[in-house]
Ligand binder design. Structure first.
Ligand code: ZN
Length: 132
């Protein structure tokens, strides 16, 4: 079972909370126990799990990557978005979620964020559910 999500990002860089959307799609699948692999098929975007209770956490994460991987640097890649490729690589393009008793296991403070580093764009996220 493969689910495709479309996400319209609004800014060049943003962390977008997609927790509710992802959980809704997985729960709609009717799978009671198994694994959901979340995959981002882009080279300038990423996906992560972190706190979605205090919005300042997302701000601190974005600032951290901005500070450590600047937009302007003497990069070799001439497209002008090397910072976005590097940020995508550092965070990663997939997550594995555990589905147990029809629920996705997440810590009480955890949320799933789509990471945009070269927006705004229309992006895709795939969810592959493996019963087991
Ligand atoms: Zn590029």
């Amino acid at each position: 079972m493969l689910i495709e999500l479309k996400i319209s990002t609004k800014l060049r860089e943003d962390l977008i909370d997609i927790t509710d959307l992802v959980l809704e799609k997985i729960e709609q699948s009717g799978i009671k126990d198994g694994i959901a692999v979340i995959f981002v098929p882009h080279t300038t975007a990423a996906i992560l799990i972190n706190e979605n209770s205090d919005p300042m956490v997302k701000k601190d994460i974005l600032e951290y990557y901005k500070r450590n991987v600047p937009l302007d640097y003497n990069y070799y890649h001439v497209e002008g978005n090397s910072d976005a490729h590097i940020k995508s690589t550092l965070i990663g393009n997939n997550l594995t979620l555990i589905i147990e008793n029809s629920k996705v296991i997440l810590g009480s403070w955890q949320g799933i964020f789509f990471c945009e580093f070269d927006g705004p764009r229309i992006r895709k996220v795939y969810i592959k559910i493996i019963p087991g």
